[in-house]
Design a protein around this ligand. Structure first.
Ligand SMILES: Cc1cc2nc3c(=O)[nH]c(=O)nc-3n(C[C@H](O)[C@H](O)[C@H](O)COP(=O)(O)O)c2cc1C
Length: 329
């Protein structure tokens, strides 16, 4: 972990009525436990999302489970050389692992103790569906995780809905099954008192984005988007890049996804402006430069969150603060 000699003060900000040092943060993923939360909090990231947790232990999928890729038209293709200078794009096939709840519940409490003033801790949760289990069991499982996260001191809970819907033949994500997504959020909303965020992926049309956001708004305090772009990932010979069944597709994230992600974020901001609902919008997806973060915040996003950039460019927040402070001075 690099050391920051003197971190410029943050430009200030607000989220859910709390005063922040800045509206820059880390999306679910890089912060695997309280040590990572503490490290990145010290590096000047102020909205800290604890990586997704479940109601039971689940190991990560076999290595390699992250590969550098180029985002081509038909598929993402493994890159010969990793991109540098803010152009890092990766495919992630981790299998949404989780620690045991007994372990993460204690560790979230530690993480909460270690975030500083002007910083917030969001905990990302996902439901686990078991063979033969129905929607009610999945909904209850999401709510159980959210309840544990809140009891452990989370300032907000993020409900991970950009994950495959286990109840349909045709592949779709839970956020694309609006009745199911609404039931999950409703249960979580009526179980915890902290703010509830919905993590969403890309929508096929602006109309779908609008209708979904409007239907979910009664049960969500905010939206976190865009999770990543589900794509086929191939090696340079055209074979699947990740070994094992069910791994042909993976989440492509990082710099080259910005154009797609930013368009969706801008659409969400436009609908909010149109007055349909008033919920927080946390921008994610390909924010690989300080300028990209600043542009989205200027356009009205309530926070700019990074995952890939946090991994490959941990001094991002220090540069963000420098630029913002210089702009204000
Ligand atoms: C290594 C890694 C692990 C991730 N794990 C999670 C996760 O546990 N839960 C989740 O909702 N998203 C996860 N994501 C997705 C990020 O939260 C984010 O939506 C995505 O990476 C897009 O942002 P980026 O372009 O800045 O990377 C992960 C991303 C990366 C790179």
């Amino acid at each position: 972990m690099p050391r920051v000699r003197r971190l410029p003060p943050g430009p200030g900000g607000k989220l859910f009525g709390r005063t922040l040092n800045s509206n820059l943060g880390i999306a679910a993923g890089p912060l695997l436990n309280s040590k990572w939360v503490e490290g990145y909090a010290r590096l000047g990231f102020d909205v800290l999302t604890y990586a997704t947790v479940r109601s039971s232990f689940r190991p990560a999928l076999a290595l390699p489970n992250i590969r550098h890729v180029e985002n081509r038209e038909q598929a993402a293709v493994v890159a010969r050389r990793p991109a540098v200078n803010g152009d890092t794009t990766i495919a992630v096939s981790l299998g949404e692992p989780s620690m045991e709840p007994d372990v993460w519940r204690k560790d979230v409490r530690r993480a909460k103790d270690r975030v500083g003033r002007g910083q917030v801790l969001i905990v990302s949760v996902i439901g686990t569906s078991h063979p033969g289990g129905d929607a009610e069991a999945l909904i209850a499982d999401y709510a159980q995780c959210a309840c544990w996260a809140a009891e452990s001191g989370a300032d907000a809970v993020e409900v991970h809905l950009a994950t495959p819907d286990p109840f349909v033949e045709q592949p779709q994500m839970i956020y694309e099954n609006v009745p199911l997504a609404a039931r999950i959020l409703h249960r979580v909303r009526t179980t915890v008192t902290i703010p509830v965020l919905a993590k969403l992926g890309p929508f096929k049309t602006p109309r779908l984005l609008h209708d979904t956001a409007t239907r979910l708004a009664p049960w969500a305090n905010g939206y976190v988007l865009v999770h990543g772009i589900s794509r086929k990932v191939l090696d340079d010979k055209g074979s699947p890049a990740f070994e094992g069944a069910g791994r042909e597709r993976a989440d492509v994230v990082g710099a080259q996804t910005f154009a797609v992600a930013a368009r969706q974020i801008e659409e969400m901001l436009a609908w909010r402006k149109a007055g349909a609902w008033d919920r927080a919008i946390l921008a994610v997806g390909g924010i690989s430069t300080v300028e990209r973060a600043l542009d989205l915040l200027r356009d009205g996003a309530d926070a700019a969150l990074v995952a890939t950039a946090a991994l490959f460019d941990p001094l991002f927040a220090a540069r963000f603060r420098q630029t913002r402070t210089a702009a204000v001075a």
